[in-house]
Design a protein around this ligand. Structure first.
Ligand code: AMP
Length: 289
């Protein structure tokens, strides 16, 4: 019978386990998740394994990154299904702290990121989101002290916020980005896709198609303003209510100074009914064409 996965639910025990790995001179990778695991998460774990002897996957639905109006209480949680999915990739530790372990009574300190966290994308629509993310990721990194931590490009602004934070706070970890895993029709896998009705699931792939089309047009040097206006129209025709569709500098996430020289990332968030989808795509380098 397959060996059971090692599940640890508190920081002290996690530290003791990591200390054992360190005594054996083994490298450690952390893959933070909120559970409801899908193939996108599993790809992160496989990537972590390529870089590191030991892999810790955390599963924690972080209340600090949800606004009161958001889906914290209804966010999909199914630890048994998650452990079954993880059997395919066999992390060394599944770290499942509860809210009291992460935010004990009297908890009073937050990490408030700026820079890529304040460029007018997710931060405009979810004002407390990146403080919640930065705080919990800082805690998970300090609890685990891994050599690397893997984050998906699916959440591109988050990846940039976390990368900036570890540099700014001198947290000694390398942030490794992982490409977005998509369904056959292009929809980026996400735990929240489970909220979509079958009709909405049919519409949802339009988001990726619009990003692809915008990227092609920008690469063909069509004017940026026109490309984005056409993209927004196509999304609305497809039934989306748009939060944003923007082309930004791929590193700073600031608005483009010149589409000619910069590396460009398209980023979008849009809603189908009550479900909010986000996606992003790199534009092939203009100089490479
Ligand atoms: P979440 O559980 O949604 O907080 O995501 C945990 C990690 O998985 C984050 O680093 C996400 O960016 C990453 N992730 C989520 N969906 C995907 C996907 N479709 N492809 C690659 N990474 C993903």
């Amino acid at each position: 019978m397959a060996q059971r996965l090692r599940v640890i639910d508190n920081p002290a025990k996690l530290r003791r386990t990591i200390a054992q790995y360190r005594r054996a001179a083994e490298s450690v990778a952390l893959v933070p998740t909120m559970g409801a695991l899908h193939d996108g998460h599993l790809a992160l774990i496989r990537l972590a394994r390529r870089h590191s002897r030991r892999v810790v996957v955390s599963i924690f639905v972080n209340p600090a990154q949800f606004a009161p109006s958001e889906d914290f209480s209804s966010y999909p949680r199914d630890i048994d299904a998650d452990l079954t999915a993880l059997a395919a990739v066999r992390p060394d530790v599944v770290y499942t702290p509860d809210v009291a372990a992460m935010y004990p009574d009297g908890f009073a300190t937050s990490v408030v990121p700026d820079g890529p966290a304040g460029v007018g994308l997710e931060d405009t629509f979810r004002p407390h989101f990146f403080t919640g993310v930065a705080t919990v990721v800082a805690k998970l990194l300090l609890q685990t002290l891994p050599d690397i931590a893997v984050f998906g490009e699916k959440d591109y602004q988050q990846l940039k916020v976390v990368s900036r934070m570890v540099r700014d706070l001198d947290i000694p970890v390398r942030i490794v980005p992982a490409p977005t895993v998509r369904a056959a029709d292009g929809l980026a896998l996400s735990s929240r896709n489970a909220y979509l009705s079958s009709e909405q699931r049919g519409q949802a792939s339009i988001l990726h198609r619009v990003l692809l089309l915008c990227a092609e047009k920008i690469a063909a040097r069509r004017p940026l303003g026109t490309v984005l206006a056409e993209g927004r129209e196509a999304l609305e025709r497809g039934g989306f209510v748009i939060d944003y569709l923007e082309a930004r500098d791929a590193e700073s996430l600031l608005p483009l100074a010149s589409a000619e020289e910069q590396s460009i990332r398209l980023l979008a968030a849009a809603r189908l009914g009550t479900t909010r989808l986000i996606d992003n795509l790199g534009v092939p380098s203009l100089t490479a064409l």
